[in-house]
Write a protein that binds this ligand. Structure first.
Ligand code: ZN
Length: 131
């Protein structure tokens, strides 16, 4: 297992980490297999979605905020319950097939680190499975 560091700049944002992930694969000389990317945090997540139009990421964040506002009927005293709930909905990990050293993503797909309680320096764990 390896670890990447992600520095987020806002309370909530989607950061494109596709290039870093591809770079990791290339630097290690990986060819054919599956890469798992895992977020070991309770207020940040990982997802794959459209990266061509930045409005998509904006719409995802705005819609999540409408569904799960920052201030609401929460009992968790840290004041970040919305971030915990959004993290559970989005999920902790993504898996991508790698062929000939390239991430097999759809034309419009990018890998996003979803920050819900930043800005912070976050960890992402990466596990390579050859095959
Ligand atoms: Zn909390």
């Amino acid at each position: 297992m390896d670890q990447l560091s992600v520095k987020t700049g806002k309370r909530q944002e989607l950061m494109d980490i596709t290039e870093e992930t591809q770079q990791y694969i290339s630097n290690n000389g990986y060819d054919h297999g599956i890469i798992t990317i895992y977020c070991p945090h309770t207020t940040a997540a990982l997802t794959i979605n459209e990266g061509a139009d930045p409005s998509v990421g904006r719409d995802i964040l705005v819609s999540l905020e409408k569904l799960i506002p920052h201030r609401g009927d929460y009992r968790h005293t840290e004041g970040n319950s919305d971030a915990h709930i959004k993290t559970s909905l989005v999920g902790p990990s993504v898996q991508v097939i790698v062929e000939e050293g390239r991430l097999m993503l759809g034309t419009w797909q990018k890998i996003f680190f979803a920050e819900f309680d930043g800005p912070r320096t976050r960890k992402v764990w990466i596990k390579w499975i050859e095959g």
